[in-house]
Design a protein around this ligand. Structure first.
Ligand SMILES: N=CN[C@@H](CCC(=O)O)C(=O)O
Ligand SMILES: [Zn+2]
Length: 412
């Protein structure tokens, strides 16, 4: 199977060499070829260049992209798309004045989703989750991290992992599975958090490891959830079983979790709505990717991650949807890219770098995804006609996507 896309107005995020991460000032650079072609064979990007060099190239499928932009698919490095039902009633409660924390303290929030998930069969959970993933693919996302964390019992967390395994096997999207058993303290452990942490460390992590599905271990390091000490214990237990740390940190409070993540070589530290100079210092000279989740700030009305502070300090930044039922019920990366420009004051170039190559890095996939590079996987977006790629974030809330190619196949 071969696809030739020709007469491309702008082919963007083109790298001759296999870049893995883009940091600081370099995030403002977005390499482009004007009036370009792109040639795909099977699931791989094989060739590209200006139209002057397209003569003689033929393919089974030829797409005329006159007036359109072509770019690598979005890489969404932080989602919780395996969940049951929704939390619409809490959305209405928040409009009527309750805070996210007040709802959680009443047994709503993550515990509400856990109750629903525990009572949902694996098949039904798979069905609901795949529907979300397919909608994300049609909006241009080609690689997705998926977390557990709505099980909160050994049995239900393993059920979530099995659902993620089925999705990974069946979908054309590239999936990064993460074990997030430390997402909230189950009500039966409210007075005895230590026993839940011990259960995760002694029982759940070994059982999850034996299933060989999850690659990453995550913890919600936050007041009322897991302390820095709990987080350390869980990350260390995870690392012993070969999991790589990725943590939820600084969403509401700064506890010191960023430095802890860096010390444990976390692949990413996510949220960072609150951030101080010690956090920035800790991230410098590390391999840890900071990840901003503007959809969560938008939905909950909490501060936006200070992206300018992060990038201007010479650090990299990725952006992701945080797609989940409680704090960000949307998998639309186009909206996330717009929000990054409008609310995080990132330039379109920075936002696109954050949503492609740096998102891929935050999943450990940037050797194969996140840029238009020969040999990389053919996950490609063709936009509707537009004058420049800056129109993708500019017209917020619109659908800029015309055609999606995922793993070398046209998505219909
Ligand atoms: N902050 C922790 N976890 C999710 C929210 C989960 C929920 O409310 O269901 C997040 O990343 O925003
Ligand atoms: Zn999250």
């Amino acid at each position: 199977m071969s696809i030739l896309i020709k007469n491309i107005k702008q082919l963007i995020q083109v790298h001759e060499n296999n870049v893995l991460i883009v940091k600081g000032k370099d995030m403002k650079k977005l390499p482009i070829i004007e009036n370009a072609y792109l040639y795909i064979q099977d699931d791989t990007i094989v060739e590209f260049g200006t139209m002057d060099f397209c003569e003689g190239i033929d393919a089974e499928t030829v797409i005329d992209a006159t007036g359109k932009i072509v770019l690598p698919s979005w890489c969404d490095s932080h989602t919780h798309i395996v969940y049951a039902g929704n939390r619409v009633s809490e959305f209405v409660d928040r409009i009527n004045g309750l805070s996210y924390t007040e709802i959680a303290n009443r047994g709503g929030g993550i515990l509400n989703s856990a109750k629903k998930l525990q009572n949902t069969s694996e098949d039904e959970l798979y069905k609901q989750s795949v529907k979300r993933l397919n909608e994300m693919i049609s909006m241009g996302t080609g690689a997705v991290e998926i977390k557990t964390g709505y099980g909160l019992t050994v049995e239900a967390e393993l059920k979530m992992l099995k659902v993620i395994r089925r999705i990974k096997r069946d979908s054309l999207a590239r999936i990064a599975p993460t074990l997030l058993a430390a997402h909230a303290i189950p009500s039966e452990y409210r007075q005895d958090k230590t026993s839940y942490v011990n259960k995760i460390v002694k029982e759940l992590i070994p059982k999850a490891s034996a299933l060989r599905i999850a690659k990453y271990i995550d913890v919600f390091c936050e007041e009322g959830y897991f302390s820095v000490e709990d987080t350390k214990q869980i990350l260390e237990a995870g690392k012993k079983h070969g999991f790589i740390p990725k943590i939820h940190v600084n969403q509401f409070n700064i506890l010191g979790g960023v430095a802890l993540g860096v010390e444990h070589n976390a692949l990413s530290v996510d949220h960072l709505e609150e951030l101080n100079t010690d956090d920035i210092k800790a991230l410098k000279n590390s391999d840890t990717m900071p990840v901003a989740l503007p959809g969560c700030s938008y939905f909950l009305g909490i501060p936006y991650t200070p992206a300018r502070q992060i990038i201007d300090a010479g650090l990299p930044l990725a952006i992701a949807t945080d797609y989940n039922p409680g704090s960000s019920p949307s998998g639309n990366m186009n909206f996330v890219v717009s929000s990054a420009c409008i609310k995080l004051k990132m330039t379109p170039e920075e936002a696109i770098n954050a949503a492609t190559i740096n998102g891929a890095y935050a999943m450990g996939f940037s050797n194969m995804y996140g840029s238009v590079t020969r040999g990389k996987k053919a996950n490609i977006i063709i936009t509707k006609p537009m004058d420049s790629y800056a129109e993708i974030p500019y017209a917020f809330g619109h659908n800029p996507i015309d055609t999606v190619i995922i793993n070398g196949q046209l998505w219909t």
